[in-house]
Design a protein. Structure first.
Length: 277
């Protein structure tokens, strides 16, 4: 009933299935190196240094501004410390949090904020220290030696792609690097491509810039884009294995054990019949 040729055919089918499984495991094993950060750390002898730059205010940024006077009497300064309830008023003032009287100013489309008494003040394009100096110059007409505190209310980074916890990440300390954002997102998944992290940044003039960051190279610290800016977007792409698996029918791996069992049964049955004959 079962010939020698049919026996060999069954053997070849079983061998092919086993080779397919081994090949799949081999690809995953070879990909392990892609999961290691800073692979050349021991080979790089030159020191790496963060290129820290002050953050530049952009339109639609939310700024908390507090004004104080050098004197004990703070009544004059209170005129410039806007308070609000929940929501936003006609001056573009938004409440920081429920039950808090501190308020934030939204930089409008033209790059200005509407400040009490003074009126419109340009903010876009300035660093925080430059903007503080600008406000102080305006306030000197009303307060002697004013003290101005400015903080970001929207120092947020969006992390997308192959991370464990994608989404909007806030940094109240107003400092964030690529590693800070990746850490806040729960690290990169095994399927993530650490070699080509994509940074998307909106510039003050509205243009979009894209930059790649290689986290397998310790010299990424030297990149001017390693330090993030508010509203940056980080995207972690999938590696080749993830992309390949996404294009394959998942039932292949699900049904493979069943197919192997069936082929093994045929091989056993063939041996039985050969023994009988």
């Amino acid at each position: 009933m079962y010939t020698t040729s049919s026996f060999k055919l069954v053997q070849l089918a079983v061998a092919a299935a086993l080779l397919f499984m081994l090949a799949s495991c081999g690809v995953a094993k070879r990909n392990y190196r892609e999961m290691i950060y800073f692979q050349n750390a021991k080979q790089v002898n030159t020191p790496v240094r963060l290129q820290l730059k002050p953050t530049v205010i952009q339109k639609y940024d939310q700024l908390m501004i507090q004004v104080y006077a050098q004197s004990i009497n703070q009544e004059q300064a209170l005129l410039f410390n806007m308070t609000s309830g929940i929501g936003q008023n006609q001056n573009g003032v938004v409440n920081v949090q429920q039950g808090n009287t501190l308020a934030g100013y939204i930089v409008d489309y033209e790059g200005n904020i509407d400040f009490p008494i003074i009126g419109k003040v340009k903010a876009m394009g300035y660093t925080k220290s430059e903007f503080i100096d600008t406000l102080k110059n305006h306030l000197k007409a009303y307060i002697k030696d004013p003290i101005v505190v400015v903080r970001y209310l929207n120092y947020n980074i969006t992390v997308l792609g192959e991370v464990n916890s994608p989404g909007l990440k806030s940094f109240p300390n107003e400092k964030a690097t690529v590693l800070d954002a990746i850490s806040a997102a729960g690290d990169i998944k095994d399927a993530g491509l650490r070699k080509s992290i994509l940074l998307i940044r909106t510039m003050p003039d509205g243009t979009i810039q894209q930059h790649e960051i290689d986290l397998t190279n310790i010299e990424c610290y030297n990149s001017p884009y390693f330090q993030l800016q508010p509203n940056d977007v980080l995207y972690v792409p999938s590696n080749k294995i993830r992309l390949r698996n996404a294009n394959q029918d998942p039932t292949i791996y699900r049904d493979l054990p069943l197919a192997l069992s069936f082929l093994s049964y045929l091989l056993l049955l063939n041996n039985v019949f050969r023994f009988i004959n």
